[in-house]
Design a binder for this molecule. Structure first.
Ligand code: URA
Length: 434
């Protein structure tokens, strides 16, 4: 078999066989197939798409490209959560401590930022000393002891996806349904939990911009999970504007902490409670959504969710003092307003462009090797449907460089549309697929 023929077949619209997909995944993982051929295949898949059978074969090949974790040493139902990626999406930081405080065991594998979206691992590293580079044994021990562990994708777990994910990030080949479904599900299946709650984003800040594509992606992942004998629930949620108000690593951590204190922004709280409820249902801790929501509200009100976050941060080497004093999180030197150029109502915020603003400030990666600045980002003062007066701040930029701030301000203004009439506010939760 030759990689050249596989690329050509896909470029011409053919369906790859299981053997061809395995040949590619094994060869790429071992370093025998170079990045440029893998990138060419990703681009061919991007344009020609994959059938369900090809997507399943790619998922299974990537899942088995490394270890498949055995979590049988953890008692009870192990639940994982994953988002398809969004702007200002800090749900894991709030939901996981809430759910663990209710007694569900969360064993999660997280990734770093991808394209204009942020990653949980980067955000968590805002806690000085925090590391997701823990061993399989520590992972199991921590879940048994405190109910939560988050591991970065190690070299041993779905290594094919790890390499491909980074390659797709810098070759504009992320937003393809089969590639996203196989990427997410290969590592979720390799991570060995019993149930997986997926947050599938839809809208201008999501990889899937159209609602019907997001539904199809959600269904595809639920089907892959089902075929593998797992309980998979997908919540389709809005990403047509940033989630909550904060975008940027440490700023998002701060907002998640505020949420655990009962002071979170409305849309973010609603989504967190919905995802958390699905995790409690999957973990067998509640029988109905209503009951689950009440339990989550209770652990916020009594402070146990916030204490669980502190416990988790400390267990993975982080400074948990920052949970109680967010001034200890990385802070940018400059905090500058983006004044509204006119009065009116916010009609639309091009969400992916807001992600790009954070990237321009240094908060995201431009190449596989880029370092990111955890302190920078932006905090929205106004969201879609809000009224604004000329000169009032639309947002605050947190920057370490005046020139970067100027570029981000310009981009922000171009992304934010102001008009005369108030638009209807959309729902944050669109649909649930079980
Ligand atoms: N998240 C993933 O894990 N993989 C993708 O391809 C996109 C989002």
């Amino acid at each position: 078999m030759r990689m050249y023929d596989i690329i050509m077949k896909k470029r011409n619209g053919g369906a790859l066989s299981e053997e061809e997909i395995q040949f590619f995944v094994k060869g790429y993982t071992r370093g025998e197939i170079p990045d440029y051929q893998a990138a060419a295949l990703m681009m061919a898949i991007y344009f020609q798409h994959m059938t369900k059978a090809e997507t399943n074969a790619l998922t299974m090949a990537m899942m088995h490209s490394g270890d498949v974790l055995d979590l049988s040493a953890i008692e009870g139902i192990k639940v994982d959560k994953h988002s398809t990626g969004g702007v200002g999406d800090k749900t894991s930081l709030a939901v996981i401590p809430m759910v663990a405080a209710c007694g569900v065991r969360v064993a999660k594998m997280s990734g770093r930022g991808l394209g204009h979206t942020g990653g949980t691992v980067d955000k968590l590293e805002s806690f000085p000393g925090f590391s997701t580079a823990i061993t399989g044994q520590q992972f199991v021990d921590n879940v048994n002891r405190i109910g939560i562990a988050i591991m970065g994708q190690t070299a041993d777990l779905a290594p094919a996806d790890k390499k491909l994910y980074a390659l797709r990030d810098v070759t504009a080949t992320v937003d393809n349904m089969s590639l996203i479904a196989s990427s997410i599900m290969s590592k979720k299946l390799a991570a060995g939990t019993d149930a997986i709650v997926l947050d599938v984003k839809t809208g201008s800040g999501a990889f899937m911009k159209k609602e019907e594509d997001s539904y199809a992606l959600a269904q595809e992942m639920v089907d892959i999970g089902k075929a593998a004998g797992k309980e998979v629930i997908a919540v389709i949620s809005d990403m047509d504007q940033p989630l909550g108000r904060a975008v940027g690593n440490a700023l998002e951590v701060k907002e998640a902490i505020a949420t655990l204190r009962g002071e979170g922004p409305e849309d973010f709280v609603e989504l967190s409670l919905m995802l958390g409820s699905q995790m409690l249902l999957a973990g067998g801790k509640a029988q109905t959504e209503k009951e689950a929501k009440q339990q989550l509200q209770q652990v916020i009100a009594d402070g146990s969710a916030l204490r669980k976050l502190a416990e988790f941060v400390a267990a993975q080497g982080g400074d948990s003092a920052a949970v109680y004093d967010t001034e200890l999180l990385p802070k940018a030197k400059l905090v500058l307003p983006v004044p509204a150029p006119q009065s009116g109502y916010i009609q639309h915020i091009a969400c992916d462009e807001i992600g790009m603003c954070s990237l321009l400030l240094g908060g995201g990666r431009e190449t596989k090797e880029s370092a990111i600045d955890l302190s920078v980002g932006l905090v929205l003062e106004k969201k879609v449907g809000d009224s604004v007066e000329e000169g009032e701040p639309l947002a605050w930029l947190h920057a370490n460089d005046e020139n970067q701030a100027a570029a981000a301000r310009e981009r922000f203004l171009a992304a934010c549309q102001i008009g005369e009439t108030a638009p209807a506010k959309g729902d944050i939760i669109k649909h649930i697929i079980r």
